[in-house]
Design a binder for this molecule. Structure first.
Ligand code: ZN
Length: 190
């Protein structure tokens, strides 16, 4: 941030009185521009047929991670709920109609100032289609998932935990539970 959104004068990075973090503060009007994490919301669209479980992934048509696969997800907008964001992103990126279930994963990614959330979902039909931000959209069984071509660690963690839960539920019963995880910046190799 370089200029104040209130008065267009330059801002400087400093710790305001009674605060303990660097903030962008306007040199002219004194407005403190607080910056907070963004929410990235998505779904895990499941399709079950003939004893096989498949999830719907999108191949990204945008940077970052162009050409890599992801669950349908994107930035939450103002004036919507997390459920509405998950439904909207699933429609925009994958053209997919789903029934949304409970929250499955919540992942903090502090170094990029984001929180990612994925809801379990059931695909209502197979009339999905790539949106403008996707090159293609495809159903994958666990064995078919291109693990080396997954766009973000939050997506690979969510997919692994999703299939692990399903395996456990099949063998021992019980249900899904919420998976939370903090993903830190990768440490540089010594
Ligand atoms: Zn200002």
């Amino acid at each position: 941030m370089k200029f104040c959104s209130e008065c267009a004068q330059p801002v400087s990075l400093l710790i305001p009185p009674d605060d303990n973090r660097l903030r962008y503060v306007c040199s002219q009007c004194g407005t403190i521009h607080y910056q907070n994490p963004k929410m990235v919301i998505g779904s895990i669209p499941l399709w079950e047929s003939e004893g096989e479980s498949r999830v719907l992934l999108c191949k990204r048509a945008i940077e970052p991670r162009y050409g890599f696969w992801t669950l349908p997800a994107g930035f939450m907008e103002n004036d919507e709920t997390t459920n509405e964001a998950a439904l909207r992103e699933t429609m925009e990126e994958a053209g997919a109609r789903v029934e949304l279930h409970e929250l499955f994963s919540l992942l903090n990614v502090p170094h990029v100032h984001q929180v990612h959330m994925f809801y379990r979902a059931t695909l209502l039909d197979l009339d999905y289609a790539a949106g403008v931000e996707s090159l293609e959209v495809q159903l994958f069984t666990e064995a078919e998932i291109p693990w080396d071509e997954i766009a973000f660690p939050t997506v690979s963690h969510t997919l692994r935990e999703f299939f692990a839960d399903r395996k456990r539920i099949r063998s021992e019963g019980g249900g899904y539970h919420l998976h939370t995880r903090d993903i830190r910046k990768p440490m540089r190799q010594a």
